[in-house]
Design a protein around this ligand. Structure first.
Ligand code: GDP
Ligand code: IMO
Ligand code: MG
Length: 420
């Protein structure tokens, strides 16, 4: 049995949460492999809306086991809030959520360090989610991080030791740490909540599950263009968001990866700073934001919007080994007369088909213009109802990318999904 991987191909917020939820009935286990509460994965069904940050998006499907893998960074305080909100709405997670002992803990001081480093960057801020993601992964690589397994023995002592080193840095930057005691209190309450869950060696759990022919879906967070190695560095997140990250973040071998589902929006968005070649600073950009309700699910920040970028998508498909594409939010384009798609870049007068080392260097998108379909697609429930211009848009993208679009999403609800 193989493990299938589902991940974002753009700058995050492609709609991963919705599709994991839709696909979970085909799987017995759903496992998050990287990122942390910087993620906000939205699911809508039966008139309810949920935003998940650390809990995998398979949690609402009866019978599925959900795993927070070793590659994830977990903030106990935010985890507690997330779990309690789900419990209040009648979802018992304890039987269905397992956590890797090797997942790293986001400490209260990591959150402070995140804002401290952002402030220090002045005009070149990354625009992080402020959740302490960068400092936690830095600590992991620096080999002084705390892990979920540490909760089982002497966490208070270990915490004080790491905190002391962070306080020195905060003092150096003259950072106001007065909020710390309140955050620490919530954090230790979160540790108590975490203890209610089963901590596992998720690499053994998953490899045994594969041996026993269980179907597993690995859920990515963020998107390929935010990958620490291949994204628009330094305006990226601090983990490997690509398919290879699933192997690292779950402890499964590259040979056990099966299908790779690559999710993209029918246009593009980005939240935070950094290059975005097809960004629109005009009314069309505003229209995409309003129609797509493009505001961050974690921070509420307006997302930057622009046309679909096939150069970046081809790059992502190459890095991820995508076998099936999933196109989201094309309903947002339902009212557009004309739709542009970036098919190449022009750099210093030359046409370029690859993502350059520095995306910021005078990149001008080369567009092809397609006819809009000008039809409300949100009530469409089968492919036979696709209008010709809509079918042509899908064919155009498939031909340019050389990978089939297996799922088309025409609205936020579970029901607004067409599997082809
Ligand atoms: P994720 O981080 O990749 O899981 O995506 P987010 O949840 O952050 O952002 C996607 C947003 O689009 C959410 O508000 C979803 O409810 C919404 N959404 C998902 N699919 C569709 C779709 O096909 N059409 C529309 N209009 N909204 C969608
Ligand atoms: P989901 O999983 C969109 C962006 C931030 C910032 C950069 C670094 O919902 O798609 P970080 O807090 O990770 O250090 O911020 O990455 N970012 C996201 N953008 N969707 C996300 O997650 C994101 N997670 C981080 O805005 O630009
Ligand atoms: Mg999101």
């Amino acid at each position: 049995m193989k493990i299938d991987v589902l991940l974002g191909l753009q700058w995050g917020d492609e709609g991963k949460g919705k599709i994991v939820d839709v696909l979970t009935p085909e799987y017995e286990i759903v496992a998050r492999f990287q990122g942390g509460p910087n993620a906000g994965h939205t699911l809508e069904f039966e008139g309810q809306k949920y935003v998940l940050r650390s809990v995998p998006s398979g949690i609402f499907q009866e019978g599925s086991v959900n795993i927070i893998g070793n590659g994830v960074v977990l903030d106990p305080a935010l985890f507690k809030g997330e779990v309690e909100a789900l419990e209040a709405s009648g979802h018992d997670l304890k039987k269905r959520l397992l956590i890797s002992k090797k997942a790293h803990l986001i400490l209260p001081t990591h959150r402070l360090l995140d804002s401290c480093y952002e402030q220090a960057k002045g005009d070149s801020k990354i625009g992080t989610t402020g959740k302490g993601i960068g400092p936690t992964y830095t600590e992991k690589i620096g080999r002084s991080g705390l892990r979920v397994g540490d909760i089982l023995e002497g966490i208070e002592e270990k915490y004080e030791r790491v905190k002391a080193s962070h306080m020195q840095v905060l003092q150096q930057y003259k950072f106001d740490a007065s909020a710390l005691p309140a955050i620490e209190k919530e954090w230790f309450e979160g540790i108590k909540k975490l203890r209610e869950f089963e901590f596992i060696d998720s690499e053994y759990y998953l490899n045994n599950a594969l041996k026993n022919n269980k179907k597993i879906l690995a859920e990515g967070a963020q998107g390929t263009m935010l990958d620490i190695d291949f994204g628009s560095y330094p305006f990226v997140t601090s983990s490997n968001t690509i398919t290879a990250g699933a192997c690292i973040g779950l402890g499964v071998s590259p040979r056990s990866v099966g299908d790779v589902y690559g999710i993209f929006k029918a246009y593009c968005t980005r939240v935070g700073s950094g290059p975005f070649p097809t960004e629109l600073h005009d009314e069309t950009g505003d229209e995409l934001r309003e129609r797509g309700f493009e505001f961050g699910s974690v921070t509420g920040r307006p997302r930057r919007c622009g046309w679909l970028d096939l150069v970046a998508l081809r790059y992502a498909i190459m890095l991820d080994g995508v076998t099936q594409l999933i196109m989201m939010k094309s309903d947002v384009l339902d009212t557009f007369e004309k739709i542009k798609v970036c098919v190449a870049y022009e750099i210093n007068g030359k046409r370029v088909d690859e993502v350059p080392y520095n995306l910021e260097d005078n990149v001008t998108p080369v567009y092809e213009e397609l006819s809009g379909w000008n039809t409300d697609m949100t009530k469409v429930r089968s492919e036979s109802e696709f209008t010709e211009p809509f079918a042509a848009y899908i064919r155009f993208i498939e031909e340019k990318l050389g990978v089939p679009i297996r799922i088309v999403s025409l609205g936020p609800d579970r029901e607004q999904t067409i599997i082809r």
